[in-house]
Design a binder for this molecule. Structure first.
Ligand code: KG4
Ligand code: ZN
Length: 360
């Protein structure tokens, strides 16, 4: 059993969490997150300098709250894990500096975590009252989709997380977006329609009761030969359609149909490639993580369709709180790396740096 403190500050969520890594589950003992969404909303997107400054103000309270709520003193921690790549470099540096200071003062090992490995690890997290199934049902190979504001990546995972090699993300990537990420497609089309940032949740909410087939929108790269995505042309199609409806004075009355059609097109594009890649690589289960994994239509359609594609077990999603950026997933990924002996200690830990764009 290990007790790990996780710290995440790569973008606009400042988060700390304590998890307990046991034999067959990772229990989240506490999770304390300050979301900067409201602060960036007037600008229509994340402003890096404002993000870093805000992280400076909130990082210590987040860490103190996470430790207090878990009832764990820093002395009892086995390791401290922090996102050090990729992300906004100023924002990352705040978390990395706080983690280095804590690890140095309390003489704890420090684990550097890749943000996407955190998302990958999020399917193994269980909150106190979790009703999610056991990770033992997750049959390998697993088709893992990381679908967030920055990434739309498909991976074929052949090993359990305790055996993930350091560069497993790079090695197991089978498909990705060639331009905008799926979350960006939600956010940019939502912006066209006048919704606040980030727009994914607004499209999801407004689509309720709308007709997903009312407006036919393009699905890019439909050919079976690639597992890549492209969403940039889609954005233009939505802009032109919204302009037309505005001219006709029918945008308001069609808003829920338009949102449902946008959502359907993005979900369709995701599912087509997810199922294709899974089949081509002999995958026996599916997992979808990242902010867009919170989308209700994506979950609904997967629930209705997974068994049509030969799977014996339903797809795995993180609990809702662990879909968007959070420190519990960083602690989980850190726990796996710590178990493998990948950590810095004593004077070495002061060498850790933030990396904006790592290779993987
Ligand atoms: O994983 P995440 O918190 O941050 C990144 O690492 O990018 O993902 C944020 C993304 C945003 O694009 C947001 O609009 C999207 O996840 N998102 C959603 C929903 N909730 C969050 N997209 C569609 N439907 C949702 N319910
Ligand atoms: Zn993320």
């Amino acid at each position: 059993m290990s007790l790990i403190l996780g710290i995440e500050s790569s973008c606009d969520e400042c988060s700390a969490s304590v998890v307990r890594y046991g034999a067959d589950e990772i229990k989240v003992l506490s999770l304390s997150t300050f979301s900067q969404i409201a602060i960036h909303q007037p600008y229509g997107g994340v402003v890096p300098e404002i993000a870093s400054r805000n992280h400076l103000e909130t990082i210590n309270p987040m860490i103190e709250t996470a430790l207090a709520e878990s009832g764990i003193s820093p002395h009892d921690l086995d390791a401290i894990a922090v996102t050090n790549r990729p992300g906004l470099v100023g924002a990352l540096l705040v978390g990395v500096s706080a983690a280095k200071a804590l690890a140095y003062v309390h003489k704890k090992p420090l684990v550097a975590v890749h943000h996407l490995e955190g998302h990958a690890a999020s399917i193994y997290l269980r909150s106190e009252n979790s009703t999610l199934g056991s990770r033992n049902d997750m049959q390998l190979p697993l088709l893992l989709a990381i679908v967030s504001g920055g990434h739309t990546n498909l991976y074929v995972i052949k090993a359990p997380p305790e055996l993930w090699p350091p560069d497993f993300l790079k090695r197991s990537l089978v498909g990705k977006s060639r331009d905008d990420a799926a979350g960006e497609a939600f956010d940019k089309t939502a912006k066209i329609l006048g919704f606040p940032y980030p727009g994914g949740i607004w499209i999801d909410r407004t689509a309720k009761g709308g007709d997903p087939n009312r407006f036919p929108l393009p699905r890019a790269l439909p050919q079976k030969a690639t597992f890549d995505f492209s969403f940039s042309g889609f954005k233009t199609a939505v802009a032109l359609l919204a302009e037309k409806l505005k001219r006709e004075g029918t945008l308001e009355e069609n808003l829920s149909h338009l949102c449902a059609s946008i959502q359907e097109a993005i979900v369709d594009a995701l599912l087509t490639k997810i199922f294709l890649a899974a089949r081509a690589n002999g995958c026996r289960s599916l997992a979808i993580v990242g902010g867009v994994a919170a989308n209700s239509r994506l979950r609904e359609r997967l629930a209705a369709e997974w068994h049509l594609h030969g799977f014996k077990v339903p797809p795995f999603f993180p609990e809702m709180t662990f879909c968007t950026d959070n420190a519990a997933m960083i602690a989980a990924a850190g726990a796996f790396r710590f178990r493998q002996g990948h950590f810095l200690k004593e004077a070495d830990l002061l060498t850790l740096n933030a990396i904006a764009n790592p290779e993987i």
